[in-house]
Design a protein around this ligand. Structure first.
Ligand code: IVH
Length: 684
């Protein structure tokens, strides 16, 4: 499924030709997310839920971004904007009555582009790609009139980032020309812009009326200014188009007022926008706030409300995910919402269908959803369509409340709801073919074992043939089917060479990094980044495995140590401990590990002087908050612990440090003040 989603992502983001409806996409995506939640160990490294876009296509050269191209978190209402401001103030320890400025500007619905200038000359243009690696579209970018070929007075190295887009008028004219010439027409200006920029022949791009707004930067040899506003002003002075609806605001009230103003003018703008982006204005504060895994803490996109449409609910299907979650999916009479045909929508869980929210309070004023009902569909920030409301006036008299299955539609096992869990789950565990196969798919996915030639399709085939039932079976394939190579090569799609290649590719992955192994296990709530945190914390499989085996949920040294990891909460910890102690599951894991050579974790950033070091912060920190100190240290590869032990490498002690400082002194642990720490990590 992740594979189907990735294919859809590629069709949409990379090839600019969506090949499935958004509804289908959302269905897949929702199911994928449900599965990932249920079986985090099966989550793929290339999981669509973690992706910023799609990997680059083969036609262009690849460019590694020096500074990653990220996406933005979303705000959907005014409260989210106030929360954003409050989060930032808390992180930076800025009181509610102190000033804190932001910029507010339209979120352009195009595609992002990074332009690299060296000594004032444009030398490279790259698309976002997956955020880390983009496509080299330099020749094409040179054809865009808004993009200067050379600039004066700029830093030696300057990467300008912004959005390539097409105006409504140009889009309409292009489609007319395309239709007249019998060529491909585009669904919307965004697709037209993307398709035009990604032409292998720059002469075609040249004929396409692309425009560019600069709104950010990447690699820089010298700062552009002290604030976002000043930096953008500088870009404008270099000759870039910047958006004239950009405004500096003194807090959420002004930001929201500016949002409303832009919203009112939206229809009259000559280009598509889908929200307003807020950014902390002070660049030093931006630097302190830093990034989460795929989004900056200092910016957010306030999205415009989703479009709505009414249609009829034809059926409710139940899909079973990797963790056994039964996910209801609405099959709809296809309807166009926001320019896309929608035929599926998520129904979340049985409470949602019955008219109950996650907090137990009524949603839709308690109206339930029944097969045959007229339902209102919306597409919110992400692409997955949802049901907003149901029209009781149009309900057929014969409609009956939906009876959510209490047995798994895939294996017939009882499906139960645990207390506090809105999701009903199949209890079949490994006997449930749906769970087993989804687990295997996760196992071979890109972030996990990523075995070349063994994708979702092949795993399904092997599972159906009963060749592979659990991950360990993959590694015994050659031994069991050495002669069975004969069998494999006689299968459709397999020849002797591909069969041999597969066995070799499997052997290649016997050596595996600890974080990949932990992620590949598909333990509920343990995603890619959590797996890395765990790997960095425990260092080796034996240490991880021993701690999980000895731990008791909710108490004891191993438990305390586990939940002390920044990013590991009680829910994930419980899931880890119970899974690792569940007999059948554990037997499978041990069998798998016996086939492997697990590489110990190496610290994240090997260049930093604190990489791999165990650091404890104590006392009052004066130049940063505790949260900030912790995430900064971790981003440099340090492990932050809550207590001093003989393993502690550095104690950073602020004023008022008490017993921890004494203990550190007793143990001979290096102790330094906040300033020395900042000097050590180069932040002084
Ligand atoms: S700032 C670190 N500003 O939205 C974040 N992005 O959802 C840098 N976008 O990838 C992005 N208009 O392609 C920023 N005024 C704007 C934008 C904008 C459109 C796009 C951009 C980004 C995506 C994130």
């Amino acid at each position: 499924m992740a594979e189907q989603l990735n294919a859809a992502n590629i069709a949409y983001h990379r090839d600019d030709t969506p090949d499935i409806s958004d509804a289908e996409y959302d269905r897949l995506r929702r199911r994928n997310t449900a599965l990932e939640e249920a079986f985090p160990n099966l989550k793929r490294k290339d999981s669509p839920s973690e992706q910023v876009g799609a990997a680059v296509s083969d036609g262009f050269g690849k460019i590694q971004h020096v500074v990653r191209m990220l996406s933005l978190g979303n705000a959907f209402n005014d409260d989210d904007v106030f929360d954003f401001d409050a989060r930032i103030r808390k992180y930076l320890s800025i009181s509610a009555d102190s000033p804190l400025a932001y910029t507010a500007e339209p979120k352009i619905d195009g595609l992002s582009l990074s332009l690299r200038y060296e000594q004032g000359q444009l030398i490279q243009a790259a698309t976002r790609g997956d955020g880390t690696t983009g496509e080299n579209v330099t020749a094409n970018a040179r054809t865009i009139a808004d993009i200067p070929q050379s600039i004066a007075g700029a830093p030696d190295v300057l990467e300008v980032r912004g959005e390539v887009y097409m105006s409504h008028a140009d889009f309409a004219a292009l489609n007319e020309r395309q239709a007249a010439a019998g060529g491909k027409t585009f669904a919307n200006p965004r697709n037209a812009a993307a398709g035009s920029l990604r032409q292998l022949d720059p002469n075609i791009t040249k004929e396409r009326p692309l425009k560019f707004f600069a709104y950010a930067w990447g690699d820089l040899s010298a700062p552009l200014g002290e604030t976002q506003s000043k930096a953008i002003e500088r870009l404008a002075n270099f000759g870039f188009s910047t958006n004239d609806l950009t405004q500096r605001c003194d807090g959420p009230d002004e930001m929201i007022a500016h949002y409303r103003m832009i919203e009112e003018r939206r229809a009259a703008l000559e280009y598509d926008i889908d929200g307003v982006v807020y950014k902390v204005d002070d660049l030093d504060l931006q630097r302190r706030l830093g990034f989460r895994s795929t989004t900056p803490r200092w910016a957010i996109a306030h999205k415009f409300p989703a479009e709505l449409a009414w249609t009829q609910l034809e059926a409710i299907d139940i899909q079973v995910g990797r963790t056994g979650a039964l996910s209801p999916v609405a099959r709809l009479v296809p309807v166009t919402v926001g320019g896309v045909v929608v035929s599926n929508a998520t129904l979340h869980n049985e409470d949602y269908i019955a008219g109950l929210g996650g907090d137990g309070n009524p949603i839709r004023e308690g109206r339930d959803i029944r097969v045959g009902d007229w339902v209102q569909i919306y597409r919110a920030g992400d692409v997955i369509p949802k049901i907003k409301d149901v029209d009781l006036a149009r309900r057929d008299e014969s409609a009956v409340p939906y009876a959510f299955p209490t047995t798994c539609p895939e294996c017939g096992s009882t499906a139960i709801r645990e207390e506090g869990d809105a999701v009903r789950r199949c209890t079949g565990g490994i006997i449930c073919p749906a769970q087993a196969v989804e687990k295997l798919k996760h196992f071979v996915s890109r972030g996990a074992f990523d075995i070349e030639g063994l994708g979702a399709k092949q795993v399904e085939q092997f599972f159906a043939d009963e060749w592979v039932k659990t991950p360990a079976d993959i590694f015994t394939l050659r031994a069991r089917f050495g002669s069975g190579l004969q069998q494999l090569k006689n299968r459709e799609g397999w020849g002797e060479k591909s069969a041999n290649n597969l066995f070799d590719a499997i052997d290649d992955k016997r050596k595996i990094d600890l974080h990949r192994l932990i992620f590949s296990l598909g333990i509920r709530h343990v995603g890619d980044s959590s797996a890395t945190l765990l790997a960095n914390h425990y260092g080796s499989w034996s240490a991880f495995e021993a701690a999980m085996t000895r731990a008791t949920v909710g108490d004891g040294a191993e438990w305390d140590d586990l939940v002390s990891i920044d990013g590991v909460g009680a829910v994930m910890a419980t899931s880890l401990v119970t899974t690792m102690q569940q007999e059948t599951e554990r037997a499978q894991i041990d069998r798998l590990v016996s086939e492997l050579e697990v590489h110990d974790a190496v610290a994240v950033s090997t260049e930093s002087p604190v990489s791999g070091k165990i650091v404890v912060f104590t006392g009052t920190l004066e130049r940063m908050t505790r949260a900030e100190a912790k995430s900064r240290a971790e981003s440099l590869g340090a492990k932050v612990s809550g207590s001093v032990s003989s393993k502690t490498d550095i104690l950073v002690a602020g004023p008022g440090a008490g017993s921890k400082a004494k203990k550190a002194a007793d143990l001979g642990v290096e102790t330094m003040d906040e300033d020395s720490w900042l000097a050590l990590i180069g932040d002084a």
